[in-house]
Every structure is written in C-alpha cells, then in structure tokens.
Design a protein around this ligand. Structure first.
Ligand code: ADP
Ligand code: TYD
Length: 208
C-alpha cells in the first residue's frame, strides 16, 4: 500500500480534529494502516514543546521565538513520527502542519511569512500530498472552540478579527496551491463534512 501524507488545516474550532479522527477511523475500517498525529506535537519531544507554546501568557514569546519553537517541534515530529510512518507505508494524517506557521506566525501573530518559508525550506522541506482545509465562519469556530475551553487558551484568546484574517490567509494558500489543497465547508453537521473529506481522500488515493 502506497504511503501518503495528509494534513488538516483551518482556524481554531473549525472541526479539524474531529474530521482527522473520523477519517482515520474510516480508512482503518477499509484496511489501511493509518498514523493519526497532530501539531504542535505528534512526538514525545514535540508534545513537550507544545506545552511551552500553548500555555501561559499571550505575550510569553516573541513571534520569532514562537516560530523557532513550532519549527523545532515540527522537525522532531517529522523525524520521529511522520517519516517513519511513511516509510512503513502508512497513511499519515496530521492535524495541522507548516501551513499553520505560514498563517499564524507569517500573517496574524507576526508578519514573518518570508522567514517562515525560509526556515521551512531549511529545516522541514516537506509538504503534505493533500491538505484538507476545513473552512468556517470565525464566529462559529470561536463559539465551538470556547465551548471546549481548557488550559491551552493562548491562541484562542485572539478574537474574531484575527480569526477572520487567518481564514482569509488559509483560503489564499488554497488558491495559491490548488493541486495540494481541497477546501471543505465546515459549517455543516460533522457527518456531511466527513463525507466530503472522504470523497477528496478517495480521489487522491486513486489518482496518485
Ligand atoms: P479544531 O480541531 O478545528 O479546533 P474540533 O474538531 O476540536 O476543532 O471541534 C471543536 C468543537 O466543535 C468540538 O467541541 C467538537 O465536538 C465540535 N464540532 C466539531 N465539528 C463539528 C460540526 N461539524 N458541527 C458542530 N460541532 C462540531
Ligand atoms: P490546535 O491544537 O490545533 O488548536 P485548535 O484545535 O484549537 O485549532 O493548535 C493550537 C494553536 O497553535 C492554534 O491556535 C494554532 C497554533 N499554531 C501556530 O500558531 N503555528 C503552528 O505552526 C501550529 C502548528 C499551530
């Protein structure tokens, strides 16, 4: 079975994690070997970095430091989880990847887009084969994310205007990379969203 690397992207509360889990279960049900993972995190070291970046005061890190932490976490994730999974022939599904750095560190939390891209080329150099962008109105995303509130609130404290900017940024990335991205309307019941996700993935798997 040929390995493939899939990512989910979207603003907070768009339903990425829910969809990533459902897709993993559905593919496993069809007999595929699946590695379901997430960022920041997805490996032991990267999960430790996750706590550093997502907990504490909003101004805890500068955008530059934050970018370095996310990139360090991504490098560990790539080495310890993604590449080994692909080498075993698995379908690797990650809940967020480098596009999140392009949007958050590159556009909304800082204006480091060129630095993000340069650091990515230098340290990561890998893109997903297919990226599922779960698109949603930020007001709905924020309501969902707030209802689920826990200790990881540094980013979700950002507010509606910033989420709107992030949404626009993600949609622009999808336009810039139409071969890699599929935009899925996330403002519907989870099973309807999951159907569109599965359709996009089946087409991808059958046309590689
Ligand atoms: P994300 O990973 O994008 O932040 P989650 O999958 O964690 O989003 O979903 C955020 C919240 O919204 C969760 O409480 C989840 O149960 C709920 N949720 C997810 N998808 C839907 C949907 N399609 N309709 C309504 N609620 C949803
Ligand atoms: P995540 O756990 O996916 O949050 P949610 O489920 O609410 O979408 O991600 C946590 C936060 O980290 C999210 O606000 C986006 C941010 N983030 C970055 O700023 N840069 C990155 O490179 C990544 C992977 C995430």
């Amino acid at each position: 079975m040929a390995a493939t690397f899939l990512s989910f992207e979207g603003i907070d509360g768009s339903g990425k994690s829910t969809q990533a889990r459902t897709l993993a279960e559905t593919l496993r049900g069809l007999g595929h070997n699946v590695c379901l993972t997430r960022e920041p995190g997805g490996s032991k070291g990267a999960e430790e970095i996750r706590r550093l970046v997502l907990e504490g005061e909003a101004d805890r890190w500068s955008t530059e430091t934050e970018l370095l932490l996310f990139t360090a976490a991504r490098r560990d994730h790539l080495e310890k989880t993604i590449r080994p999974g692909l080498a075993r022939g698995e379908i690797v599904i990650t809940d967020r990847f480098a596009d999140s750095s392009r949007i958050y560190q590159g556009l909304t939390r800082g204006e480091l887009r060129q630095t993000v891209d340069r650091l990515h080329d230098l340290m990561i150099g890998t893109e997903p084969d297919l990226t599922l962008l779960i698109d949603i109105d930020p007001a709905l995303g924020l309501a969902r994310a707030t209802a689920r509130a826990g200790t990881e609130m540094r980013f979700e404290d950002m507010g509606l205007a910033v989420q709107e900017k992030a949404r626009t940024g993600f949609l622009a990335l999808a336009v810039a990379h139409p071969k890699r991205f599929r935009v899925i309307d996330g403002a519907r019941p989870a099973n309807e969203v999951a159907f569109d996700v599965m359709t996009a993935v089946m087409i991808h798997l059958s046309t590689r």
